[in-house]
Design a protein around this ligand. Structure first.
Ligand code: ARG
Length: 271
């Protein structure tokens, strides 16, 4: 009799443990499935698309390895970790990032990308997490001091960026030539070999090149509106709300400022 009681007690506790374990699994599944657009298959890893030509936002320090590092990489890791995901970062040309979201090849994009009405037709954006302005980058001995001085000059921009848009807008009033390249280092190279007279590049990225290349300098594009970088998601992705929540927590806790300090020496042109 006693034996039988023990037996059933053991059986019950085994059942209870089994049930608890089952609950745990189904919860995990729910959380993980939020990561993919259809929500059908399980996913613990989120794929992030970026264009790793953009120090200090994202770049590969070839002296140290082939890992994509930078402000966006750190921020992506912090947010996804908080949400219980791992992140895999894939590199492609900036121009291919929105198509990659639309084709379901990436779960989100962080690439110093500025929300624009045009882009908002194809993707959803998080709250902005860093503010920048555009600079006209020139050689110190170029004699170019104003936008009007760009008359007759060749100006380089990255394909598919708001800098390209800006250059085409300036071109309407200043008779200059606009040329584009897929990657920022190509633009710098063209400047150094005198094929480009100037370029339009985001301030923190340009300043990063000024520090290395003493021939280069720049001035602000007049009336340049401040633009925020934001995370891009597929339309109606559930991730947007999660990312916004964590971004706000990080803004309040000072964690975002710490990353800004680390990668931009605390410089926040928005203020
Ligand atoms: N902020 C600009 C834009 O959204 C340029 C971003 C370029 N990013 C990059 N990783 N190359 O158009």
């Amino acid at each position: 009799m006693v034996k039988k009681k023990w037996f059933s007690l053991t059986l019950i506790s085994m059942l209870v443990i089994g049930l608890l374990a089952a609950c745990g699994t189904s919860n995990d599944k729910e959380n993980a499935s939020e990561g993919n657009a259809g929500g059908k298959e399980e996913k613990k890893v989120l794929t992030m698309g970026t264009s790793a030509d953009y120090p200090p936002f994202e770049y590969i320090d070839t002296a140290k390895g082939d890992e994509i590092i930078g402000f966006d990489a750190d921020l992506a890791k912090a947010i996804t970790k908080e949400l219980g995901y791992e992140v895999k970062i894939v590199d492609m040309d900036f121009n291919g990032l929105i198509p990659a979201i639309q084709a379901g090849k990436v779960d989100f994009v962080m690439a110093g990308m500025t929300p624009t009405p045009e882009r908002e037709k194809s993707v959803d954006f998080s709250e902005p997490y860093y503010i920048t302005k555009n600079l006209i980058v020139i050689k110190k001995d170029s004699g170019i001091k104003t936008v009007e001085d760009l008359k007759g000059k060749t100006v380089g921009v990255q394909v598919g960026t708001i800098q390209e848009e800006k250059a085409n807008e300036i071109k309407k009033t200043v008779d200059m030539k606009v040329e584009n390249r897929n990657r920022i280092p190509e633009i710098i190279q063209e400047m150094n070999s005198n094929r480009f007279d100037a370029a339009i590049i985001e301030d923190v990225v340009a300043k990063n090149y000024f520090a290395k290349d003493k021939n280069l300098t720049g001035f602000e594009v007049p009336d340049a509106a401040k633009k925020g970088s934001a995370v891009a998601f597929p339309n109606d992705s559930k991730l947007k709300a999660d990312f916004d929540r964590v971004l706000n927590e990080m803004k309040e806790s000072g964690e975002l400022d710490k990353l800004i300090e680390k990668w931009f020496s605390g410089e926040q042109p928005a203020k």
